[in-house]
Design a protein. Structure first.
Length: 294
């Protein structure tokens, strides 16, 4: 029993009434609505950039091909003028006249030639010949008292001759009136190349009881020195071919080494074609005729 107040009345404890459905509805509606996460943004496509890059690359390649076609189809004279202009502006090469004034033409030619060919020789001509050689021997019996018919043996063989000019030889150059004259050393033959597999022997005369085998062997043993002699004899046959080869070689070297090298014509004179040097010693004055005696 709870204690009462002063008037003796008993106090009943205060109890909150049961919340109604309306109150719970109000309480619930007063809360903030739940938030929902936004859907993730879809990734951006890179295809437009890739297509644009491909188009740009195609345009650059097309422009390069067009420029290459124009350059390739340009006249040779235009290209030559362009190369000459670049050389002149860049001072990459001296003129032919300057080379002769400085006396460096011969040294530059020999140095460049050895580097270009990789050899100390300039191969200038090849000649293919079918050579025929004969050997005649006589024999006898009874210590020379009975002579026998002579044996004549012939050899046929294809031979290739090749010729060269030695860069270590005497090379000289002169220039006058737009012409560069080259004075190369003599034309030299290489070792002749005989096709021994096609070497054929014939016995032109003799008798069946005579042995021509030994004569054939002796003839074959002399072929090498004979072929060397023939190679020297054939030099006049290849002189004009060698001249054109030297002319072409020197013209290309002039064009590559001097800014105005293409403007010069090249003339080639071999030693046997050079004019004889005129002696600078004056001829003695003729003696005066004696005076007639009175």
């Amino acid at each position: 029993m709870h204690a009462g107040d002063a008037d003796g009345k008993c106090q009943v404890p205060h109890v909150d009434p049961k919340p109604s459905l309306w109150d719970s509805t109000l309480h619930t509606s007063s809360m903030p609505p739940p938030t929902t996460a936004a859907p993730p943004a879809s990734p951006r496509s890179h295809w437009p950039w890739a297509i644009a890059l491909l188009v740009l690359t195609a345009m650059i390649l097309g422009a390069g091909l067009w420029v290459f076609h124009k350059v390739a189809s340009a006249p040779a004279a235009t290209l030559d003028r362009g190369v000459a202009l670049v050389k002149e502006l860049g001072q990459q090469a001296a003129t032919v006249a300057q080379g002769f004034q400085q006396q460096t033409v011969r040294e530059e030619f020999l140095s460049s030639s050895v580097k270009l060919t990789g050899l100390t020789r300039l191969q200038v001509a090849t000649l293919e010949e079918h050579e025929t050689f004969r050997r005649k021997e006589s024999d006898s019996l009874a210590w020379g008292l009975i002579p026998l018919p002579a044996i004549v043996v012939q050899a046929d063989v294809p031979v290739e001759y090749s010729y060269y000019l030695d860069f270590n030889g005497s090379w000289e150059f002169s220039q006058a009136d737009g012409v560069v004259t080259a004075y190369p050393p003599p034309i030299q033959p290489n070792t002749p190349a005989a096709d021994i597999s096609k070497l054929t022997f014939y016995t032109l005369s003799g008798h069946v009881w005579q042995d021509d085998k030994a004569v054939r062997e002796r003839l074959q043993g002399t072929l090498t020195p004979i072929l060397r002699t023939r190679a020297a004899e054939h030099v006049p046959l290849v002189r004009e071919i060698a001249r054109r080869q030297v002319q072409t070689f020197v013209e290309k070297w002039l064009a590559d080494s001097f800014s105005d090298g293409r403007e010069f014509h090249v003339k080639v004179l071999f030693p046997e074609e050079r004019p004889h040097q005129v002696s600078e010693t004056p001829a003695p004055a003729p003696k005066p005729a004696p005076k007639p005696t009175e």
